[in-house]
Design a protein around this ligand. Sequence first.
Ligand SMILES: NC(=O)c1ccc[n+]([C@@H]2O[C@H](COP(=O)([O-])OP(=O)(O)OC[C@H]3O[C@@H](n4cnc5c(N)ncnc54)[C@H](OP(=O)(O)O)[C@@H]3O)[C@@H](O)[C@H]2O)c1
Length: 218
Amino acid sequence: MTRVGIIGAGHIGGNIARRMALAGHQVIVSFARDGAGLAALAADIGATVADPAGAATADVVVLSVPWGVIDQALAAAGPLDGRIVIDTTNQFGRGGAMDLGGRTAARVNTERMPGARYTKSFNTLTAGFQAATADRAEADRVVQWIAGDDAGAKTVVASLISGAGYVPVDLAGIDGCSVMEAPRRAGAVYGEEYRAAAAAAVVAAVRAGQPIPPAPVY
Ligand SMILES: NC(=O)c1ccc[n+]([C@@H]2O[C@H](COP(=O)([O-])OP(=O)(O)OC[C@H]3O[C@@H](n4cnc5c(N)ncnc54)[C@H](OP(=O)(O)O)[C@@H]3O)[C@@H](O)[C@H]2O)c1
């Protein structure tokens, strides 16, 4: 049993909270303008409500807020030193996916939370699709890609992803994960369904600095 703290339990974070609770983890949800909605979710899934600083005391902290709210959420959470963080965010602004000047969104966010054991996952598939596919039989499960530079953190996150109903695949480090970042485009895994069998060739290509194979069609 892992303590999982969710900062932003909306479409993506709410599904993660639900799946983690179903898997038997202790879930803490936090950070909402609509406190009644957050309380209702918590009651529904057997989680507790806290403020972001409370959620940040968990073993694993999920950051799942709109891009423009990240600084506010992290300020409310306080220091995340030593915490395993799962960042689900994508760099969308008013004009769509933002150009971060050659840096990955994962790099930008790592620098906003110094000392955290940063990982990025749950960000490539729509919230509706993630919720709808989480109960699939083993052979048809969908991949949740993982990026990060902390191997131990990635192992913990992979185990949580498996328990939540998905296939964890360690794709890349923080600076090499642009294929799993927005926008959806040819040559990227962002926005595409993958299952286990198609993942290895993608990982091999990314690690070799080569273009990835075309996205599978199921
Ligand atoms: N939706 C998708 O399909 C999808 C897929 C992959 C990745 N992502 C990424 O995951 C992150 C979360 O997306 P989401 O769709 O789950 O967002 P969302 O449904 O809007 O959830 C955001 C959460 O943050 C809370 N929050 C607290 N203060 C807020 C504020 N000032 N402004 C906005 N929200 C506030 C919201 O609660 P209240 O509304 O009660 O304030 C809500 O629980 C984003 O970075 C997004 O790009 C989304």
